[in-house]
Design a protein around this ligand. Structure first.
Ligand code: FAD
Ligand code: NAI
Length: 471
């Protein structure tokens, strides 16, 4: 019995040590092969990393283009706006993935500005702070995977870009965290008038989708778990308001969970203004229209804008260059059942960059990436140019069309409560669901490294509280 236990322990520790060692010492790779087809991938998000993880690079050269050199686990991004989790814990460098592929993968940190469908090239620009003598390139491809996500929708409402913070990228979360602490310290500045203190401490969130709800929830927790102790004179004056144009928040959740969330927010003193649409954003206030079409002005100190997605300029330009009878969606690229972009040649579209019947979520994007990798792995070697189209056709027929099975939706609503809409008809909310939410996200993180860091952050927050320094 004892011998068995010690043997298992020794084998387990050995395997873990080997895994940790190999994670830091990638093996040699095959070199770039000019005789092979080149796949260019735009993006380093959910769809792109899932595609790359699944792709067997033996038969292809791969080039990845993205303005950020890491994958970001977006479901935990709201937690980074108040320091529940540190940003780097949910980031995974792309090279930790590409260095483990069979063949060398070329990673280019840059923005794809233009896709030339006819000549099969992409125009890439280095937009980072440090720019060398060469800062733009035309890169040829045989196949292009457009997985560059979407950008924040503003519906042309004036002042949003100038005055609001978004919540999509790592730098957005960092900006929100810094501004939030700035609001508190500015409100604490000697001589500040009572009206001004109340304005500065009014945190307004626009958009009652899951992003807005989860951010408001994190803000509530920060206020109650930390700020009350460190800013005792100010914390009572902090007000959180969620503004939603539709009659209720979280339209994609079941009615039961919408009611539960709205009641929970009311109990936590987070105000929800339903049926209220923001019409204009000024530096210190927003103009909103209520259900009676009356306009009101609401002063704010920090404004977070989360009203959904719209297509990125590079995607909009590609849409314009393709036949308008096939590409007629402003939301993104129209693809067929095999994720091939209609009207284009050798271009596939994945995730938020596309307009499909599915919601723009990480679940859909990663499943599409895995599906397309399976298609390319099935195609196999393509040495004869004339046989390409037939090989692709045979592969997609073999793999079949993309099918999506929804696993359910989860959202954190603050005060150690979460909600879950599961496809088996289960709609649950509460403290137990919160532990389910935590374990689901912890197990879905990209790597063991990410899981250890996030678990450590949660423990650190419980023991020491959140850090209130302003970076
Ligand atoms: P992204 O993951 O956004 O990746 C796009 C990539 O393209 C990025 O690497 C970007 O840098 C890159 N890129 C941008 N412009 C260019 C360019 N010009 N050229 C090349 N590359 C470019 N979904 C869920 O299912 N569950 C959740 O709990 C959940 N929580 C979320 C929380 C937040 C705060 C947010 C914002 C979203 C959340 N989502 C969630 C939605 C989910 O994050 C998206 O649906 C998912 O990221 C889409 O994946 P994608 O690969 O299409 O795009
Ligand atoms: P969303 O599109 O889900 O919600 C945006 C909300 O903003 C809508 O309810 C809309 O009515 C409202 N709105 C639009 N214009 C407005 C205005 N002018 N004034 C007031 N309200 C306005 O957007 P969100 O939350 O950014 O999510 C984007 C995608 O990411 C969705 O598909 C969502 O499902 C997914 N996501 C999923 C999460 C989860 O599963 N936990 C978390 C975050 C995002």
């Amino acid at each position: 019995m004892r011998v068995g236990f010690y043997t298992t322990l020794a084998v387990g520790s050995g395997a873990l040590a080997y895994e940790l060692y190999t994670a830091r010492h990638p093996p040699a790779q095959f070199a770039w092969d000019p005789t092979k087809k080149t796949i260019a991938v735009l993006g380093s998000g959910w769809a792109a990393t899932s595609f790359l993880s699944g792709l067997d690079t033996e038969n292809y050269n791969v080039v990845v283009v993205s303005p950020r050199n890491y994958f970001l686990f977006t479901p935990l991004l709201p937690s980074c706006t108040v320091g529940t989790i540190e940003l780097r814990s949910i980031m995974q460098p792309m090279r930790y993935l590409t260095r483990f592929k069979k063949r060398e993968v070329l990673f280019v940190e840059g923005d794809c500005k233009e896709i030339d469908n006819e000549n099969q090239t992409i125009h890439v620009v280095d937009n980072s702070e440090i720019v060398g003598q060469v800062s733009e390139q035309k890169i040829p491809y045989d196949y292009l995977i457009v997985a560059c996500g979407a950008e924040n929708a503003t519906f042309g409402i004036p002042g949003v870009h100038e005055h609001a913070c978004f919540l999509k990228e790592a730098w957005d979360a960092k900006k929100i965290r810094t501004r939030l602490m700035d609001c508190l310290e500015t409100a604490a500045f000697p001589g500040q008038t009572e009206d001004e203190i109340r304005r500065i401490l009014h945190m307004v969130v626009v958009g009652g989708g899951p992003t807005g709800v989860e951010y408001a929830a994190e803000l509530h927790d920060f206020l109650h778990e930390d700020l009350l102790d460190w800013y005792p004179d100010l914390a009572g004056k902090i007000k959180i308001t969620l503004v939603e144009a539709m009659p209720h928040v979280l339209p994609m959740f079941s009615k039961q969970l919408i009611d539960y969330t709205e009641k929970h927010f009311a109990h936590n003193k987070v105000d929800i203004l339903n049926n209220t649409a923001v019409k204009k954003v000024n530096q210190r206030d927003i103009v909103v229209q209520d259900a009676n079409k009356e306009l009101h002005t609401i002063p704010y100190g920090l404004l977070v804008w989360a009203t959904g997605n719209t297509a990125r300029p590079v995607v909009q330009n590609l849409i314009k260059s393709l036949p308008s009878t096939l590409q007629n969606q402003r939301r993104g690229l129209v693809v067929n059942d095999y994720l091939s972009v209609l009207g284009a040649q050798g271009i596939f579209g994945l995730g938020d960059a596309t307009a499909t019947k599915w919601a723009p979520t990480a679940q859909v994007a990663s499943r599409q990436g895995a599906y397309l990798a399976r298609v390319f792995n099935t195609i196999g070697p393509m040495d004869d140019k004339s046989a390409d189209a037939a090989a692709v056709k045979a592969a997609v027929e073999w793999v079949g069309p993309f099918k999506y099975e929804h696993l359910g939706s989860l959202a954190y609503i603050g005060g150690d409560r979460a909600i879950a809409d599961l496809p088996i008809g289960v709609h649950i909310g509460g403290a137990l669901t919160y532990y389910f939410w935590r374990s689901a996200y912890l197990s879905n993180l990209f790597s063991m490294r990410n899981r250890v860091l996030v678990a450590f952050d949660w423990t650190k927050k419980t023991v020491f509280g959140r850090d209130i320094s302003r970076e």
